[in-house]
Design a protein around this ligand. Structure first.
Ligand code: ACO
Length: 269
C-alpha cells in the first residue's frame, strides 16, 4: 500500500513553499521535487523538509529515490534569493549577509542537513535525473549514492559563476568521483556536463531514454532490495570508509564487519 505523507517544512514555511511530495511504499521512499513550473527551484524550506524526512524515515525503508517533476530535476536555488525581497518568509542572501558569521554558518549547516542523511549506511539513495540539474540541483543528485540519468540530463555547478561556492555537500562527492582536476574544471567553468559525459566520468551509473527513467530506477531499487539488508548496510559502511583508510585499516574493518555478519547468520545454528 502506498502511504502518502506530505512533508511539512520547518522554520514556519508552508508545505507548498517546501515544494516536496513524499511517498513511502514498503521499503522504498520516493521524494519528488514538485514545483515543475519553477523547474523545482529549491529554498530553505525545501532543505528543512528534506531534513525532516530523513529524521522521520520509517525504519523499513531501504531505498530512497529523489526525483523531480516536470522537464527538469532541479534548476537549483530559487533565484529570488538573489533579490532584495528574497523568498517570502525565508529571507534572501542580502538578509543572510547581515547575520554574524557563526549564525550564517549555522543556517548553512541546517540546509546541509537536508542532503547529508541521504548517505546513511542503512539506506541506498538514488537520484533520478532528467533535464537540468543546476547548482543545488546537481548537488542534490551528488548527495545521493547512485545517479540514474535520462539522456537529456544536463548537470551544471553554477555557483562559482554566481560568485558563490557549492556548499550543499556536493564538493566532496564530486572530487571523489571525478578527481580534483576534472572537478575544478567543471566547477570553475560552470559548464554543462551532458548525460553521456556524466556516465563516462562516473557521475551516472546508468543513462536511459527519458521515458525509461522511472522503470530503470524501479529495476535498480528492486535489485538493491534483493540483497540481505544487514549485509547491504555493513558493506556500504565498509565501502564508504575505504577512501579514508589505509589497506591495513580497511582489511581490519573487513574482518570486524565479517565477524558480525557470520555470527548474525550462523551463531547457534
Ligand atoms: N529559481 C526560481 N525560478 C526559476 C529557477 C530558479 N532557479 N529556474 C527556473 N525558474 C522559473 C523561471 O523563472 C520560469 O518561471 P516563469 O514561468 O514564472 O517565468 C520557469 O521556472 C521556467 O523557466 P524557464 O527558464 O522558462 O525554463 P527552461 O526549461 O527554458 O530553462 C533552465 C530551464 C535552464 C533551468 C533555466 O530556467 C535556468 O537557467 N534557470 C536558472 C538556473 C540557475 O542559475 N540556478 C541557480 C544555480 S546556483 C545554486 O543553486 C546555488
Amino acid at each position: 500500500m502506498t502511504e502518502a505523507v506530505f512533508a511539512g517544512s520547518a522554520e514556519g514555511a508552508s508545505p507548498e513553499e517546501a515544494g516536496l511530495r513524499y511517498e513511502v511504499d514498503g521499503e522504498i521512499a520516493t521524494i519528488t521535487l514538485d514545483r515543475p513550473d519553477k523547474r523545482n527551484a529549491q529554498t530553505f524550506a525545501t532543505w528543512s523538509a528534506l531534513a525532516r524526512i530523513g529524521d522521520s524515515l520509517p525504519q523499513q525503508v531501504r531505498v530512497v529515490v529523489v526525483r523531480g517533476e516536470g522537464p527538469s530535476f532541479s534548476a537549483g536555488i530559487d533565484l529570488r534569493m538573489f533579490t532584495p525581497e528574497g523568498v517570502p518568509g525565508q529571507g534572501s542572501f542580502a538578509s543572510s549577509a547581515t547575520l554574524g558569521d557563526s549564525a550564517f554558518e549555522q543556517r548553512i549547516a541546517q540546509a546541509q542537513r537536508g542532503f547529508l542523511w541521504l548517505r546513511r549506511p542503512d539506506i541506498v539513495s538514488i537520484a533520478a535525473v532528467q533535464g537540468h540539474a543546476i547548482g543545488a540541483g546537481f548537488q542534490l543528485a551528488l548527495a545521493c549514492d547512485l545517479r540514474v540519468l535520462a539522456d537529456d540530463a544536463k548537470l551544471c555547478m553554477k555557483e562559482p559563476a554566481l560568485g558563490l561556492v557549492p556548499d550543499l555537500t556536493g564538493t566532496k562527492p564530486l572530487v571523489d568521483i571525478v578527481g580534483l582536476p576534472r572537478a575544478l574544471e567543471i566547477c570553475l567553468t560552470a559548464r554543462i556536463v551532458g548525460a553521456e559525459e556524466a556516465a563516462r566520468l562516473g557521475l551516472a551509473e546508468l543513462v536511459v531514454a527519458p521515458d525509461d527513467l522511472a522503470g530503470a530506477v524501479r529495476d535498480l531499487a528492486a535489485a538493491l532490495l534483493a540483497v540481505n539488508r544487514d549485509a547491504a548496510t555493513a558493506t556500504k559502511r565498509l565501502l564508504q570508509g575505504a577512501v579514508g583508510r589505509t589497506l591495513e585499516e580497511q582489511t581490519a574493518a573487513e574482518r570486524h564487519e565479517q565477524v558480525a555478519r557470520v555470527k548474525a547468520l550462523f551463531a547457534g545454528s
